[in-house]
Design a protein around this ligand. Structure first.
Ligand code: HPA
Length: 273
């Protein structure tokens, strides 16, 4: 057994010693959405530091735990705080929690994040349904010996984000009268925000929003055959498009302003799964 798969199984065992909960849906909470986990019917929660070998998030404002529970009748596992590549973890570690949630039973993955708007028709406060992604600026999490138990060596990536799920998100947005955009998410490594020239490049390449997470997670989830949905909250216009200097405080502030409606959106989407 390869090292990565062995570590994954150790983490799985550590969780199984604490709970037998079998989630159907996995949810990753991005900036500003972290409190959503406290609003569901919680059955059990496990701090990341209780799981030996688990990468622990160091970003301010990110709590690190798995929350198991129900959204309406749907059994879910929530990552309250994700792991970012810029924290210094290897890509295998960054995506380990996603693989773990699949091994726990989750067949559907809903990814959320805060992102910078590149598409000039977007506004701060918009939500974007992720239709596709560009991950070419971060190392592939699938580099290294393929874990055959999880998926194939050369997985197809032509439909990473499930079309039906995109439709569900759109419908839920409509019901809540939210301004829903659609577009391509591009992942940079961070932690620095981009330069205006990098954002011009991202735009030329076809990106509508940029961030520092998500795409690598979607790659491993797709490798394992999960059904994936993604929602970006446009917390700021990207460098050179907006006039303000970018800061994590601004990202959090804007995300906090829309927290309740983002929570409602995610809640309604999951209830329909
Ligand atoms: N760039 C990268 N990541 C981000 C941004 C941004 O402008 N906003 C929120 N996350």
């Amino acid at each position: 057994m390869g090292f990565v798969y062995e570590k994954l199984n150790q983490c799985l065992q550590a969780i199984r010693e604490k709970t037998n909960f079998k989630p159907k849906v996995a949810l990753v909470l991005g900036s500003g959405l972290g409190n959503y986990a406290d609003t569901i019917q919680i059955e059990c929660s496990i701090s990341y530091d209780e799981i030996e070998g688990f990468p622990i998030s160091t970003v301010q404002g990110h709590k690190g735990r798995f929350v198991f529970g129900y959204v309406e009748k749907v059994p879910v596992v929530i990552m309250q705080g994700r792991v970012h590549y810029y924290e210094g973890y290897s890509m295998e570690d960054v995506v380990l929690p996603i693989r773990l949630m699949k091994l726990l039973g989750a067949e559907t993955l809903l990814l959320t994040n805060a992102a910078g708007g590149v598409n000039e028709t977007f506004q701060v406060g918009d939500f974007m349904i992720i239709t596709d992604q560009i991950s070419s600026f971060v190392p592939s999490p699938l580099i290294g010996e393929n874990i055959e138990q999880l998926g194939t060596r050369f997985p197809d990536m032509s439909h990473i984000y499930d079309v039906e799920l995109q439709h569900t998100i759109k419908e839920c947005g409509k019901q809540l009268q939210i301004s829903m955009k659609e577009g391509v998410y591009l992942q940079f490594t961070g932690p620095a925000y981009e330069s205006p020239s990098e954002i011009r490049m991202a735009k030329i390449l076809g990106a509508d929003a940029v961030g520092m997470s998500t795409a690598c997670e979607a790659i491993v989830a797709n490798h394992m055959g999960m059904k994936i949905g993604g929602i970006s909250f446009i917390s700021n216009m990207a460098s050179g498009i907006g006039t303000q200097p970018l800061s994590h405080e601004e990202v959090k502030l804007e995300a906090d302003k829309k927290e309740k409606i983002f929570q409602q959106l995610v809640h309604n989407v999951i209830s329909m799964l």
